[in-house]
Design a protein around this ligand. Structure first.
Ligand SMILES: O=C[C@H](O)COP(=O)(O)O
Length: 245
């Protein structure tokens, strides 16, 4: 069954998303880039605040957009991991030294940090054979997702569904959690969920189209309803934060 990931730009957006029951809450600042990072102290505070919430979504956080150099990527991933977030998301592009970056992150994975590679579908050729999936798996990554670095077009503009399906099969065969994202719209949900990724990721669709615009509760409801209507879906838990007095 396919779950869903919701990217939130600030802690203030979290109460607007939680009642819709996302499986993953992704702490990412879209105004700061494709994988714009939250401040580490804000990530740590959110980890603490949600820790005891029953039925809470799993938390991921992005490390920011970095050149593909191990000396840039590894310390950034280590800083985010130290916040205690469940998953650390790291972007990978073909330019630079992605293989050396992956290898440099293996010790972090060996320490139990759950790393998720975000492979930019608009930068890599649309063929899972060209992606470093075997290397990610060998380095101990927990997951791999396809997303887009540019947000002008959606994921399916760059990869056809058959190519996306091959990606899901290949990453899963390597033991990785699989995700698909990249300006996805509600209309993409039935076709993409039929490819059986572990989750679909959203930001723009939760903001009514413009990813830097802030969460629109009606748009969130449309995404959540489309996911809940999928065959085999069960109603999600609906945690909400305790009100502050
Ligand atoms: O991780 C998923 C992304 O936040 C998706 O963002 P987007 O829907 O604006 O491309």
């Amino acid at each position: 069954m396919t779950g869903w990931l919701a990217s939130v730009a600030t802690a203030a957006e979290i109460p607007l998303i939680l009642p819709a029951g996302p499986d993953f809450l992704d702490l990412k600042d879209p105004a700061a880039g494709a994988l714009g990072a939250w401040a580490v102290e804000d990530i740590a505070a959110t980890v603490r605040e949600l820790a005891a919430l029953p039925g809470r979504p799993r938390l991921s956080a992005t490390i920011g957009d970095h050149p593909m150099r191990p000396e840039a990527v590894e310390p950034a991933a280590r800083r985010i991991a130290a916040t205690g977030v469940d998953f650390v998301k790291i972007g990978f592009a073909p330019d630079g030294a992605p293989d050396r970056c992956i290898d440099a992150l293996a010790p972090l994975a060996a320490d139990g940090v759950q790393l998720v590679a975000v492979l930019f579908a608009d930068l890599w050729p649309p063929d899972p054979g060209c992606l470093p999936i075997d290397r990610l798996s060998a380095a101990g990554f927990r997951g791999a997702m396809l997303d887009t670095a540019g947000k002008r077009h959606g994921l399916r503009h760059y990869w056809h569904d058959a190519q996306l399906s091959s990606f899901v099969c290949c990453a899963r065969a390597h033991g990785l959690l699989t995700g698909l994202a990249g300006s996805l719209r509600v209309a993409d949900i039935p076709a993409l969920s039929s490819l059986s990724p572990d989750y679909l990721g959203f930001r723009g669709a939760l903001c009514g189209g413009k990813r830097t615009a802030g969460i629109d509760p009606q748009a969130v409801a449309r995404v959540a309803a489309a996911i809940t209507c999928l065959p085999g879906a069960t109603p999600p838990p609906r945690p909400s934060l305790p009100s502050r007095s």
